[in-house]
Write a protein that binds this ligand. Structure first.
Ligand code: GCW
Length: 653
């Protein structure tokens, strides 16, 4: 039924011998039931539908309620398996779950799985012209040359991959809303969007759109988009009414306002509460929600002005609005205070917002983490964020705070910027599929380990020997540290090429307007964000976290240059000086990439040719990138500090 689009994790059916028949009890006809019907023979090779008892899967709706709207349980019986779900959607997740357990050969039964987060969303930054902002896997699967691509088969494949890892919401267009996309909320566009939405619905996924806050002007030809102007509010009400007439199960809007030149309520002297709540009121009668992004900062900063600190922006703006948003507004908060760097502290909004629905935002697409050329398995980073102890009150871990401090827990969760495109293997670098897969799995089950997730994906995607599995796993698991090692040291961030964000350019942003400065001089490096002598950003954390970050003696090494400006001779907890740490990590990073190449080469025989070549070619690019970073960073800091490498390795002066 599906064309074999390359190399996804659902291509291995469970063999005929294991499961022969399936049967769904209480089968009320529905879109989801039809999807289950279609999925069973795809996932379980040659399986047929009948009530026979031998080697069967029984799908059973349970009234108990303990599995919630989306959870499922799987039990092994003498004749096969029983999957229970509170809803048909739960059953759908259950059959993907059983497939995963059987192919991965790691099932232990009974198995119960209930998602930890309610919204598990993907945001696309796809443009109508087919390009993708920060996309590294080819063009959009939805759009092409200002038309809808219309490949419904492809979209269905995408939807089933999403559902297989538990994604339940997708926004399909870029939050930077351009000329044509502004009209997506109108008639003819909506008819096309409905076709995509209908396929998503089959897989339990709600469709969302990113909107232009100034649409009343750009689309409606009004003279203002002031959220407190009755005419504007009424314009939105009509627009939303029309939208829901065409797509009754539409999820809602994602809004980037007053950020990076996108319009917003500030234009009219209004607050973000005014802006979000006006939209929320328009969409509420239809059950829709407003996902309002907190990525708001001044991107026209004067680098000479040290009093401004971009890291402070989201908290400064949104913390005081806590409790003032309508019940169907969710704030979407990036994991760190700046912008998806390889290492950042966790946003101080988590745990400190206590009366606002919230969604944590990750970035799967590797904007600052190697453009899907370099291997960078991001799950370890995401886990650090989820497990971060904000030390604010009882629900102090981020994964708990997001849900428990949302007044309506159903309106909380996690979202991430997607990383797929038209490339045959979806993600450019095949290894980047592990991030997409891993994001879904982690958003569903926050307690899975990075290693468990990587193993699952490797099992489902390749046929590896134990030795090859170990090697591939070790590449993935160490790859985030490796990327960090050869790029920006100690969370200093943004030493990348401006605009594209790949490759090294240490001063590329130093005298620019973006608020991302490292302040390296001949004596030291880093941004002083302390309350005592710096920007006071540390104050945005809970008292215990504040103390930890404020004090140079307790600030974790990994985050040192984010919080402090220190001399190159400052001694880290590791016992090394900052300058020696910089040299060591940069030399190590490059060696690691060489090791990855050797490992990949050594498992060639057990890999399919496409995957082998795909990753090999990218590892070659990664090595070039790593060498360039190493040499530029080492030379730069050697020139600044005049301090040589203790180990006497080559540093170009
Ligand atoms: O990281 C920055 C990116 C922009 C992006 C923005 C955002 C969609 O460089 O390309 O715009 O974040 O999150 O809105």
């Amino acid at each position: 039924m599906f064309e074999k689009r390359d190399l996804c994790w659902l291509l291995k059916p469970v063999s005929k011998k294991q499961i022969v028949t399936w049967f769904m009890e209480d089968r009320a006809p529905s879109v989801t039931a039809r999807t289950i019907e279609r999925e069973m023979p795809l996932l379980f090779d040659g399986i047929s539908r009948s009530q026979k008892e031998d080697a069967s899967i029984v799908l059973s709706l349970t009234e108990e309620g303990s599995l919630g709207d989306e959870g499922y349980s799987i039990d092994k019986t003498e004749s096969g398996y029983v999957i229970k779900g509170g809803t048909q959607k739960g059953l759908l997740y259950g059959i993907f779950g059983l497939h995963r357990l059987l192919v991965g050969k790691n099932g232990s039964f009974p198995y119960i799985s209930i998602p930890d987060q309610n919204y598990r969303m993907i945001n696309h930054w796809d443009n109508f012209d087919g390009t993708i902002e920060r996309g590294y896997s080819g063009n959009s699967i939805f759009f092409d040359h200002n038309k809808f691509r219309g490949d419904m088969n492809l979209i269905r494949q995408y939807a089933r991959l999403l559902a297989s890892v538990g994604i339940n919401a997708v926004s399909i267009n870029n939050v930077n809303v351009r000329k044509y996309e502004r009209f997506f909320i109108t008639g003819d566009y909506l008819k096309e969007i409905k076709k995509i939405g209908d396929i998503f619905t089959e897989y339990g996924i709600q469709i969302f759109l990113a909107i232009d806050f100034a649409a009343p002007i750009s689309v409606g030809k009004l003279s203002t988009a002031d959220p407190l102007c009755p005419e504007v509010a009424s314009w939105w009400r009509h627009a939303v009414e029309e939208l829901y007439r065409i797509i009754p199960d539409f999820g809602g809007f994602v809004v980037k306002a007053d950020s990076e030149h996108e319009p917003g309520p500030f234009t009219y002297g209004r607050s973000h509460g005014d802006g979000a709540n006006m939209l929320a009121k328009a969409i509420r009668p239809f059950g829709g929600i407003i996902v309002w992004r907190c990525f708001v900062y001044d991107c026209t900063q004067d680098w000479r002005d040290r009093s401004l600190d971009r890291a402070r922006a989201a908290y400064d703006l949104f913390h005081e609005l806590d409790g003032s948003f309508d019940e169907n507004v969710i704030l979407q908060i990036k994991n760190g205070p700046i912008d998806f760097q390889i290492r950042e502290p966790v946003s101080p909004l988590f745990g400190s917002l206590k009366e606002t629905n919230q969604i944590l935002e990750f970035q799967i697409t590797q904007e600052y983490t190697g453009h899907q050329k370099d291997i960078c398995y991001l799950v370890p980073m995401w886990k650090e964020v989820l497990d971060f102890d904000t030390r604010h009150g009882a629900s102090s871990l981020v994964k708990k705070a997001v849900r428990e401090y949302s007044p309506n827990q159903k309106l909380s969760g996690i979202c991430a910027v997607g990383n797929v495109g038209m490339d045959r293997n979806w993600t450019g670098n095949k290894m980047a599929q592990a991030n997409w897969y891993g994001y879904g799995r982690l958003a569903w089950d926050n307690d899975l380990t990075s290693e468990e997730i990587a193993k699952e994906w490797l099992y489902l995607s390749f046929d590896l020997t134990d030795d090859a599995m170990k090697k591939a796993l070790s590449i993935l698991i160490t790859s985030r540290d490796t990327y960090e090692n050869y790029t920006c040291p100690l969370a200093v961030g943004f030493m990348c090429k401006p605009g594209i964000h790949y490759g090294c350019d240490i001063d590329g942003y130093e005298y620019d307007c973006w608020g991302t400065y490292h302040y390296a001089d001949r004596d030291g490096v880093g941004r002083d964000r302390t309350a005592a002598t710096g920007t006071g950003y540390t104050k945005q954390y809970s008292p215990l976290k504040f103390q930890e970050y404020e004090d140079i003696h307790t600030c974790p090494d990994q985050l040192l240059l984010f919080f402090h400006h220190v001399p190159y001779t400052h001694v880290l907890h590791s016992g090394k000086t900052v300058i020696q740490h910089i040299y060591d990590t940069h030399f190590d990073g490059v060696e690691k990439v060489k090791e990855y190449q050797a490992k990949w080469e050594s498992i060639r025989d057990v890999l399919d040719e496409d995957s082998y070549k795909n990753v090999r070619d990218r590892l070659n690019l990664q090595l070039k990138n790593a060498v360039e970073w190493r040499d530029q960073i080492n030379t730069y800091f050697f020139r600044k500090s005049g301090i040589g490498d203790e180990a006497g390795r080559t540093i170009y002066n």
